[in-house]
Design a protein around this ligand. Sequence first.
Ligand code: SAM
Ligand code: TMP
Ligand code: ZN
Length: 408
Amino acid sequence: MTATPVCRICGGTLHEFFDFGRQPIADAFVDPAGEQEEFFHRLAVGMCTSCTMVQLLEDVPRERMFRTDYPYLSSLSSAMREHFRTTARHFLDTELRDANDLLVEFGSNDGIMLDTVHRAGRRHLGVEPSTDVAEAAAAKGIRVRNAFFEEETAADIADREGTAKVIYAANTFSHISYVDSVFRGVDALLAPDGVFVFEDPYMADIIERTSFDQIYDEHFYFFSVRSVQAMAAHHGFELVDAAPLPVHGGEIRYTVARPGVRVPSPAVGRFLEREKAARIAEPDTLARFGAHVDEVRDALRAQLERCRDQGRTVVGYGATAKSSTLTNYCGIGPDLVSFIVDSTPAKQGKLSPGSHIPVRAPEAFSRPYPDYALLFAWNHAEEIMRKENAFREQGGRWILYVPGVHTV
Ligand code: SAM
Ligand code: TMP
Ligand code: ZN
């Protein structure tokens, strides 16, 4: 673990605006029979006073987060499967015009996006360091290299396969503190007229919705159009497009190219204006965000304590990485939430990191239904509420905390 007093992008001064204290690795579920010690780190966020990039102040060694048993499986959500099918078709229709064009995705996980490219019979390569999910993709016939994407990996791919028309990453680029190496890799691998496309949570949405649970070890950077434009320019590239996405509580898909190769979309300028008007990079806005975090914590704790005191049962839904920050910062343990149901086999039978709430299979939800379900996977609300329709019909209520604590 290394302290990061200066901006990892431009070397500017970091203005710290929130400290969540000691936090565990958000995806390191605990074996109740094991005796392993949990790893804790200081989770604090700051904004660069020069380039405005929001980032963690300390990074966790990458092998502690992305390892042989990374438990997150992208393909468990039907809405996300549809999102990535549409994404792949978009690339097939627009960028991959020549039959020989190559698409490289880093953070390809279980192949949720590459599956469509593979089925279309097109050249592709996934780069994925977490062995279990890389193997899940390979089992579907997808070509994957089990490695971290960085300068050496990218240069080696370029040597073996030639340049890529598209380099793509979803919910991965913002996880990588060492962006300088990634950009050197993109420079080595990207075709002269190619595009580097990435999609990640949007800082403006996090501020507007107080979705502070997006802040955990894996999410190192919190992108805005302004900070991504500065980051791209700093590394010799140009931001040419920014498009909003409704997934994971509000994201933006950024398109980056070599300077002068693509005509920048007017969307970039529109976003810059909007971010300025919303003052998302102003210290007073960030201070207000911090105050809102504590308001949500207090309201949620009050609601859960009320339930407990009235003898109402509360179960968590979705053992998300996000819920690690929420439960640990708010002090929510098994006394307030008896267990969490989750469809990921590798999480079932384990305890949530730090807060030690047992995780069970989704079948446990209805045996019997609790009075309240705390929706940790709020970004999948539509899909989950539809699937669990019977819960509400028999009188159950969902507790949500984004935006603000409310029940439905
Ligand atoms: N792209 C999928 C999605 O959007 O659902 C998976 C996102 S998951 C949150 C992040 C993935 O990035 C993990 O599978 C992790 O192993 C991978 N990852 C982390 N660092 C990486 C790196 N340097 N290069 C490639 N993949 C990386
Ligand atoms: P995410 O918010 O990081 O995508 O994580 C969602 C978590 O919720 C993941 O552990 C899988 C779980 N989940 C369910 O248990 N049931 C569902 O229907 C969905 C969509 C997700
Ligand atoms: Zn900076």
